[in-house]
Design a protein around this ligand. Sequence first.
Ligand code: ADP
Ligand code: MG
Length: 224
Amino acid sequence: MLRCDQIRRRFQGPGGALTALEDVTFAADRGELVVIQGPSGSGKTTLLLTLGGLLRPDAGTMQVDDQDLYALSTAARSRFRARTIGFVFQLFHLVPYLSVLDNVLAGLPGSVDGAARRRTAALLEELGLTARLAHRPATLSAGERQRTALARALVKEPAVILADEPTGNLDPENAALVFRRLDAFRREGGVVVAVTHGQDAAPHATRTLRLERGRLAGSLPLSR
Ligand code: ADP
Ligand code: MG
């Protein structure tokens, strides 16, 4: 389903080239919630952006549903990403001037029809946001912001959700809620990859990997 093979990514810094990812290989199937743990600076965000088609690797391939993401044109990759991949970030990245409802509807790649509106309403109800539909992000608690961001990722019914420290700014109750919903998503056949420096995600993982200085511990080339 999701498969990356020998990914390498370097950045040019003032002191020369810095290797953020080296020889990263892994695959995740439907129904998996893979947690990648690693300290700050180990390459977690770089890996997640690469998995999501937002950052081209210097070497290696990245496939989602047998589609090689970086073989697509930029426009085609954007369309593919909009349909297939939902992102959840530590700092939520909601649109400040849109309401909760409009932030979530903005997660839909196509036009918004009646079925989409009903699905959105049900999701917001499930996430306890029905009383907040008209609120703007600035007037929400951190937990409500992250639930809104989660709804925005889920509403398009993506194949994959990529989460970058999704509970890093949440209290334990909201953190548990976020992982319970991600767990339900993967049980329905979705794939989740969550990266985190903490331990809070581990109980929800079907598999935990470790990233150290850009290398995945135990990472082996996949057989072809
Ligand atoms: P993490 O998310 O695990 O904290 P990152 O993926 O953000 O780690 O960063 C990994 C390494 O790559 C760090 O040393 C960081 O400074 C470097 N890095 C990340 N993005 C850039 C960039 N755009 N330009 C230069 N260096 C970067
Ligand atoms: Mg990071």
